[in-house]
Design a protein around this ligand. Structure first.
Ligand code: PAF
Length: 281
């Protein structure tokens, strides 16, 4: 695997590559990321990954400084997964001057996760557009665990007419259902044992909705109460439309997703379950 930290070197290395599938990451890679690399392999002749902990998407109270950085282990995993090139720029390389031009996503950036992480999606969209301009991939893969991020980036790509197919990779889970995430590293042993409750509750909501339940507010409140009774501090549990993450207005709406973000100790965990309606409901 080639590793490049300069934009110029990466561009020159990529010149002879025709079809590029790109997986941007912030490192501290786990099986969820590696699954995205294999997904990329099925879409592109050349697989490019990036590792960059993007300060722009972290708020002042977020975990930028303590975000786990495990560069050598990440490189070993990427090489073993057959990634062709890794782009790992420094901050000075990607932001040689203060970034004054930003991608400003529409209203959805202030809802759900955006309500609790102001500026987050603006920072994500800005760095991803910049990475797209540097790597110029034909396909880019993002995990569905960050469901709102995937939607924001899909819409950005479509509205700015970027010639890139955006592919969503399935969430990879531990045996007990906990979605793999770099932030799971912040959980103590007892918090780790408690953490799968989040996914269990989302599944319970999904099952109820599939069975015909349409009082979403009650389902959301019951899940929030159960989390909070068990030591969590919940930002939101929300049943939304898959297409635009808005509140479903029509009871017959078929493609829904239930999303949640909640804090357990110092870890803020997010997860979601797509709800595929059962025929007849
Ligand atoms: O999902 C992530 O790891 C980050 O938000 C991304 C897409 C790499 C942008 O920094």
């Amino acid at each position: 695997m080639q590793i490049h930290s300069s934009i110029r070197d990466l561009r020159s290395a990529l010149r002879q590559h025709q079809r590029i599938a790109f997986v941007p990451t912030m490192g501290n890679l786990h099986a969820g990321h590696i699954a995205l690399m294999y997904e990329a392999r099925s879409h592109g002749a050349t697989v490019v990954a990036s590792i960059f902990v993007n300060r722009l998407q972290f708020g002042p109270n977020d975990d930028f400084d303590r975000y786990p950085r495990t560069f050598q282990a990440d490189c070993d995993l990427l090489a073993a997964a057959g990634v062709d090139l890794l782009f790992a720029p420094t901050e000075a390389e990607l932001y040689p001057e203060p970034q004054q031009y930003h991608v400003e996503p529409p209203g959805i950036q202030h809802q759900l996760d955006g309500e609790f992480r102001p500026g987050h999606f603006r920072g994500v969209a800005t760095v991803v557009l910049k990475l797209f301009n540097i790597v110029q991939p034909q396909v880019a893969i993002f995990g569905k665990k960050d469901y709102q991020q995937l939607m924001v980036l899909r819409n950005m790509t479509r509205q700015l007419a970027l010639p890139i197919d955006i592919v969503g990779g399935e969430t990879i889970r531990a045996d007990d259902g906990l979605a793999l995430s770099s932030r799971n590293a912040y959980l103590s042993a007892s918090e780790r044992a408690e953490a799968p409750r989040l996914h269990r509750l989302l599944q319970r909501i999904s099952t109820a909705v599939r069975a015909g339940e349409r009082d979403f507010t009650r389902l959301e409140r019951e899940a929030t109460d159960e989390l909070d009774r068990n030591g969590w501090k919940t930002d939101y549990v929300a049943v939304r439309r898959q297409s635009d993450l808005q509140v479903p207005l029509d009871a017959a709406e078929q493609s829904l997703v239930v999303l949640a973000a909640s804090r357990l100790g110092t870890a803020r965990l997010i997860d979601n379950v797509e709800i595929v309606a059962v025929k007849g409901h």
